[in-house]
Write a protein that binds this ligand. Structure first.
Ligand code: ADP
Ligand code: MG
Length: 258
């Protein structure tokens, strides 16, 4: 039996006070099986980033729980919290968020440096990861010397350097052209298949979403709909068509799901 690695239970996040309250998350619940590749879609402001931030523990929920292998992550303190943030999860952002004054290699090693885990054998894993992400030739370059696609693959390597169980990606293809977006999605998909890394990816791109095994559609901080790719029979193209249909149902066509 596959295990539930994550469980989100009646999660709420309200910003502001009284009449100025924004209900970014308004009672969302779902489970994630170890090894799933989850897409999270929904219009702008529907709570997608807030959801990822709650899972990353950079935002604390107003109510509800997030369980990692049955344990409430809100209760994590000290070493356990550092282990969760530093080893269990990796975060990939839309705008890469690389430090401009560090080389690609230094950026990738940053999570290890922050968590005091730099060791002599890091380089062999880094080289392997760089080869996999096709960024070996830019390791000594600075971000302003790289293309957008290269920057995002460096950011992906940084998210993966600790070999996390769960990767959280917030619109990782949002700043990429379609060719680079597809290349990145293929990498994430391969990683999910080969390493069984669990991935939660926010995206507004049906093409990117078609690489996922399941899509959660969020509206106003609540779960609106869910789609599951019928593996192994369903092609990515067929899944893509079904995603577009739900996006249209979300109201006003795909333009509304940005
Ligand atoms: P999405 O990523 O789906 O676009 P967000 O999670 O960023 O949505 O935001 C959900 C809602 O919460 C939006 O209305 C947004 O304005 C609001 N929000 C997000 N972060 C904050 C914050 N730090 N303070 C106040 N309101 C916020
Ligand atoms: Mg967002």
């Amino acid at each position: 039996m596959s295990e539930r690695i994550l469980e989100v239970k009646n999660l709420k996040k309200y910003y502001g006070k009284k009449e100025y309250t924004t209900k970014a998350l308004d009672g969302i619940s779902f489970g994630v099986i170890d090894g799933e590749f989850i897409g999270i879609m929904g219009s702008s402001g529907s709570g997608k980033t807030t959801l990822l931030n709650c899972i990353a523990t950079t935002t604390s929920p107003t109510d509800g729980n997030i369980l990692l292998n049955g344990e409430n992550i809100e209760k994590f303190k000290g070493d356990k919290l550092a282990d969760y943030r530093g080893n269990k999860i990796g975060y990939l952002f839309q705008n890469f968020e690389l430090l401009e004054n560090l080389t690609a290699k230094e950026n990738i090693l940053l999570p290890l440096a922050i968590h005091n885990k730099l060791q002599n054998d890091n380089n062999s894993y880094l080289d392997k990861l760089a080869k996999y992400m096709e960024i070996s030739e830019v390791l000594n370059k600075f971000p302003n010397e790289m293309s957008g696609g290269q920057k995002q693959r460096v950011a992906a390597a940084r998210a993966l350097i600790t070999n996390p169980k769960i990767v959280l990606a917030d619109e990782p293809t949002g700043a990429l052209d379609s060719k680079n977006a597809k290349a990145l999605m293929q990498k994430l998909s391969d990683l999910n298949e080969e390493q069984k890394t669990t991935i939660l990816m926010v995206t507004h791109d049906a093409n990117a979403a078609s690489f996922c095994s399941r899509i959660l559609f969020i509206q106003d901080g609540q779960l609106f709909h869910e789609l599951r790719r019928k593996k192994p029979d369903e092609s990515r193209e067929d899944f893509y068509e079904r995603i577009l249909l739900v996006m249209a149902q979300l109201g006003g066509g795909s333009a509304n799901v940005l």
